[in-house]
Design a protein around this ligand. Sequence first.
Ligand code: COA
Length: 323
Amino acid sequence: MSDELSQRDKIDLAGCELRTARGSELRRARDFARAVVDRELRARGIEPWYGAPGGRDWERESALQAFLQAQPGARFVVCERAGELIAVARTTRFETMDEALEVVVAPEYARRGLGQALLAELWPGTPTPDLGRLAFVPGTAADLNLYLSFGVMPVAGRWHLRIPSALYRERRAAEVVDEDPAPVHVLEAGTALDTWAALEESALGYARPWLHEWFARDRVALGVVAGDGRPDAVCWVSADGDVGPAVARRPEDLVPVVLAALDRVASACDAPELAIQCTTPAWWLLRRLRLLGFRLHWPSWILSSVPCPALDRYLPVQPPALL
Ligand SMILES: CC(C)(COP(=O)(O)OP(=O)(O)OC[C@H]1O[C@@H](n2cnc3c(N)ncnc32)[C@H](O)[C@@H]1OP(=O)(O)O)[C@@H](O)C(=O)NCCC(=O)NCCS
């Protein structure tokens, strides 16, 4: 993690102390951020959902969060007043992209410049061709106004969709069976990583090899393998029922691999609901999910300093930790 802050000493912001945080403070920051965002969502009539029924267990979630935080260039700052956490902000860095993981200010301290100060700390100056910026945000006037002044613009929506598992099974069983279904297989980790290496950069505009190495240790890869044996699509799916990320050669190739992952979760996990993150340009997939009965629960925006080339053939990470 960068120690720019410690070199500059601590920033004094109207009695608040802004400092670089340690990895051991991740859980405290996550609990704080979740409580604030939960309140924000409920005020908008949205029931928060983070994964497993009854809430995601931190021991599992922490592995990915700690990994993202340990990457070179990742930043994690907190702001405290009298020992109480009042704001947090985190980023992680891929080769050419800095992604904001969360920027959250306690409502009692809102509109005092804290969000601006935190983001200015993590994202000084303007984005460059060598290092872009990306975030996904709930889409209130507050977060959109705040982020847009840091050189990012809305590129697409990111929709959190859900369906009761029993309804999904019933609808899938009733679907007219495709006479020539796309062949979906479990991929060897090496093949999955090669497929991500071949397809991801042209979809997102940047590659995340170390992220997929982490998923390869934690999740199973399903792939659509037709023709020449090179997969046309790949999707990570975890034993806990997290489906994604996924990427495909063509937008329509995303559909069979994501449905195969959902089928796997629906038959193996006893969660009452299935959840998925879908980009709004992924029309093929979105249309099929809607026809199956998935409903939108939590719309958010993807903001980026450069256009993402082909989000119509990409499925975001679940749980929603990053794009
Ligand atoms: C979004 C959030 C981080 C803003 O923090 P903040 O400390 O209140 O923001 P600041 O006081 O630094 O304001 C910075 C800019 O944000 C925008 N902004 C902040 N609050 C706003 C509001 N209620 N309405 C419209 N714009 C707002 C303005 O452009 C503002 O600049 P200005 O005052 O010069 O017009 C904070 O409201 C928050 O934590 N919200 C809940 C969590 C959340 O949704 N986070 C998003 C990512 S997970």
